[in-house]
Design a protein around this ligand. Structure first.
Ligand code: HEC
Ligand code: HEC
Ligand code: HEC
Ligand code: HEC
Length: 181
């Protein structure tokens, strides 16, 4: 009676061990099948991932890449106060516009009243975290009131978007000439 119950006990144990061994072998096989070939080539990651990352298409570019085709804007933008500002901040990524040196898509261009929020992204006085000594800030609508224009006047009526002080400096020069006369 006693030996019978022990053998029953052992049979449970053997079943458990077999199950564990089967599970272990399955896990080893799964590991072999599912682990990418280059895993661990350089460290605890997939070695071939380096090649994959290298081949990801670059969507953003420098202003120089835009200048290749937009020569007139190059002259204006590079000479003005916005020379450090990226074209892509206002127009979106190069990748949506150019591929293999050819225009493939249209970039958004803000017009009229849409230009106000575009400029205020960087020049709005209410952005407290922005260092005032690096970017000049204006308040709205105070700035327009000071300049004696209606609230619905857009920034681009006085500031050329690609060189915001160009027309203003030209106007000042003209006034200067007038005063000299
Ligand atoms: C501060 C935002 C801003 C930056 C920076 C900027 N642009 Fe613009 N750009 C505009 C706006 C706004 C217009 C539309 C002007 C208008 O219609 O009054 C425009 C117009 C244009 C146009 C003419 C599109 C059309 O259909 O009229 C081209 C081309 C252009 N930009 C290219 C560039 C390039 C290249 C750069 C970088 C050197 C650049 N822009 C930098 C805001 C910007
Ligand atoms: C391979 C040449 C090429 C490059 C590089 C290029 N553009 Fe253009 N772009 C064009 C052509 C062509 C047009 C259509 C004619 C025009 O408006 O001058 C255009 C038009 C535009 C327009 C008007 C809206 C539209 O898409 O038609 C904007 C804004 C613009 N480009 C911005 C940029 C910016 C910003 C860059 C750099 C990130 C850039 N472009 C780089 C060729 C180019
Ligand atoms: C991505 C941020 C950014 C955007 C968007 C932007 N600007 Fe600027 N702006 C700058 C920086 C940076 C300067 C150079 C630092 C300075 O002089 O404040 C500058 C300079 C200026 C200046 C000269 C300030 C001075 O007296 O030195 C004016 C005016 C100006 N921007 C107007 C505009 C207008 C109008 C728009 C919209 C068409 C605009 N900016 C959009 C970042 C921006
Ligand atoms: C009626 C014309 C006019 C309009 C519209 C206008 N500005 Fe101005 N803005 C000026 C003049 C003039 C100056 C002073 C430039 C100077 O003294 O060198 C100026 C100066 C600035 C400066 C520099 C401020 C400083 O402390 O030196 C910024 C930034 C600016 N404007 C942004 C904007 C933005 C953003 C808009 C649209 C919301 C806008 N402006 C609309 C005429 C205008």
């Amino acid at each position: 009676m006693q030996t019978e119950s022990r053998s029953k006990y052992n049979s449970h144990l053997i079943k458990l061990i077999i199950a564990l061994v089967v599970f272990g072998v399955a896990a080893l096989i799964a590991r072999k099948v599912f682990t990418p070939e280059s895993m661990g080539q350089y460290g605890h990651y997939r070695g071939a991932d380096i090649e994959d990352q290298k081949n990801i298409a670059v969507r953003l570019q420098t202003n120089e890449s835009c200048f290749q085709c937009h020569k007139p804007i190059r002259r204006i933008h590079k000479a003005g106060v916005h020379k450090t500002v990226s074209c892509e901040i206002c127009h979106g990524p190069y990748g949506d516009h150019v591929e293999n040196g050819k225009k493939i898509g249209t970039l958004p261009v803000k017009r009229g009243q849409e230009i106000i929020p575009l400029c205020l992204r960087c020049h709005n006085q209410i952005i407290q975290a922005r260092p005032r000594e690096s970017i000049k800030m204006v308040g709205m609508p105070q700035h327009l009131q000071e300049k004696n224009v209606r609230i619905d006047h857009t920034c681009s009526q006085c500031h050329m978007v690609h060189d915001p002080l160009l027309w203003i400096n030209q106007a000042k020069e003209m006034i200067g000439i007038k005063e000299a006369i």
